[in-house]
Design a protein around this ligand. Structure first.
Ligand code: NAP
Length: 509
């Protein structure tokens, strides 16, 4: 195939979830219109497009789990469901004029930093392009993880993952095995339990579950919020403030979380009367170590006569028989994996080759790290949204994304001030120092000391995902780019500081 014409853009944004759309809005606000959003699917929404499983909803209140610059007075519930969040993101794309920038079915296959031209060469499923700056907003919850269970290929029935729900598969009357007890599984269980013949839940680790203070947002509240925006802002502020006050218990004083364990135990007691089942459902680690789950329907569903709990992981599959790590055997027609995502081994990292010829995955083989959650050393003009150590245990990720958008905006400003064809590469010493401070603080957090294993920790046991502070602190430390933390790269002597000619905003289709 003849090499297709490479188009050039100032910025290529990868992904069109909250992070990618937010980056696009921010670029436009900065007056930058020469950018594309590369999306592998055929619609916006990221994880809120892909997760359509029954019962899917966000466990952060909607008035906080939305952009500050795109308020929605019409949220239907405290904790709105996936269809409403997805529709919100579609509206953001329309309202902020992002449609012309979107390139669907344009999965990034590989990208390489050109050390002479000082730009990224990006191969996408929709053709090649070059970009001065790449913003990777692929998110940590985008690539489903299915454990390599021996014998899984011998299973004659349907196998699916929570993030790839098959709505054509009618579960009514089926014997379903649900694998996992994370945030996804505990929403699926009560949603499908009334319909299935038998539901067997494989619980490797019991989660802590608290009540969910969900309710409809009344017409009067909606009217108030759209007529007097200050009331909506006050509601958001209150939701934010309460969560900020909880942070120190997670990050400095995990013992204070004991009271919340008491509430969680009581919550379970109300629905689970069988002491043996209750014992099996009681976690053996500090609450907060894994993500705290919110549900009013999970325990009542587990108490139903058509539900069995296997308090062990799925070890093996032999035809239609599922074997637990405790030796129990269960027959099933369908297996649903609620086993999470590739978070600390991001697949996109294998596709990004930096200035030294190594991939981001190779650079991160001993653990992810990025300056202020955004810049990895040796990957110039490459910023991650929801990068390493930007995750939260108790509040809205949209707050962290918006802080990272401030950083992106300042990064672009600095590049403009420095002149054309300039690149910024995080200094290894700055990345190391940033990471050293994070890891030092991490040692006291409930995620590291609470006695559990979780997706916050990588294969070496290092916490490379969570932010050990308040969202206000993260906002502060990402307000501006500190140029001392970056090497300024200029074109080699004798090379004109130009940009490739040709159309600048379109990916070859
Ligand atoms: P997850 O939290 O990573 O949970 C994966 C589950 O699979 C864990 O319970 C894990 O057990 C289990 N597992 C893995 N291999 C297993 C095996 N061989 N046998 C039995 N169990 C096995 O994944 P998730 O539930 O999809 O949630 C991921 C994140 O998405 C959440 O933490 C949250 O941030 C977000 N999310 C949010 C919502 C919401 O807002 N309500 C909903 C869904 C997802 P172990 O605990 O023993 O590892």
């Amino acid at each position: 195939m003849a090499e297709r014409e490479r188009r050039h853009v100032r910025v290529a944004v990868i992904g069109s979830g909250f992070g990618g759309l937010g980056a696009a809005v921010r670029l436009r606000r900065q007056g930058i219109t020469d950018f594309v959003i590369l999306e592998r699917a055929d619609a916006v929404g990221g994880t809120w497009r892909d997760n359509t499983y029954p019962g899917c909803a966000c466990d952060v209140p909607s008035h906080l789990y939305s952009f500050s610059f795109a308020p929605n007075p019409e949220w239907p519930r405290n904790f709105s469901g996936q269809p409403h969040i997805r529709a919100y993101l579609e509206r953001v794309a329309d309202t902020f004029g992002l449609r012309d920038h979107l390139r669907f079915r344009a999965e990034v296959l590989s990208m390489r930093w050109d050390t002479e031209a000082l730009h990224w060469e990006v191969e996408t499923a929709a053709g090649p392009l070059t970009a001065d700056v790449v913003v990777s907003a692929t998110g940590p919850l985008s690539d489903p993880k299915v454990p390599a269970v021996p014998g899984l290929d011998t299973f004659p029935g349907k196998v699916s993952h929570s993030a790839r729900w098959d709505h054509d598969d009618d579960l009514r009357g089926q014997r379903v095995a649900m694998i996992g007890t994370g945030a996804s599984a505990i929403q699926i269980v009560p949603a499908i339990q009334p319909d299935v013949e038998r539901l067997t839940l494989f619980q490797r680790t019991a989660p802590w579950v608290l009540p969910r203070a969900d309710r409809k947002i009344t017409a009067a509240e909606k009217w108030l919020h759209s007529t007097f925006p200050a009331t909506r802002a006050a509601r958001r502020g209150l939701l934010w403030g309460i969560r900020e006050m909880q942070v120190s218990a997670f990050t400095k004083r995990p013992d204070e979380l004991g009271l919340i364990e008491f509430l969680a135990r009581n919550h379970m007691k109300k629905a689970i009367k069988d002491p043996v089942l209750r014992a099996a459902l009681t976690p053996d680690y500090r609450i907060g170590c894994k993500r705290i789950l919110l549900s009013n329907t999970y325990y009542p569903a587990l108490a139903q006569p058509n539900v069995d709990l296997v308090a062990a992981g799925l070890k093996e599959v032999r035809g239609s028989t599922l074997v637990g790590a405790d030796g129990s055997e269960v027959e099933a027609d369908t297996i649903v994996f609620g086993t999470g995502f590739h978070v600390t081994d991001l697949p996109i990292a294998q596709r990004v080759t930096g200035a030294h010829g190594t991939t981001l995955a190779e650079e991160w083989k001993d653990g992810m790290s990025a300056l202020r959650g955004a810049s990895a050393a040796g990957f110039p003009n490459f910023l991650t949204i929801i990068g390493p150590n930007t995750g939260l245990g108790n509040s809205s990720m949209i707050l962290m994304i918006e802080a990272q958008l401030n950083y992106l905006a300042d990064f672009m400003r600095q590049l403009d001030v420095l002149g054309p064809k300039i690149a910024l590469d995080a200094r290894p010493s700055a990345v190391q120092e940033w990471n050293r401070r994070i890891q030092q603080r991490m040692a006291r957090t409930v995620w590291n000391t609470g006695g559990c294993d979780s997706w916050y920790l990588d294969k070496n046991g290092r916490n490379t995902t969570a932010w050990p502070g308040t969202t206000a602190e993260f906002k502060k430390v990402t307000r501006q780019v500190d140029l001392a933390e970056y090497a300024v790269l200029r074109p080699p002597a004798g090379k004109p500081a130009d940009r490739p000619a040709g159309p600048r905003t379109e990916v070859a289709a």
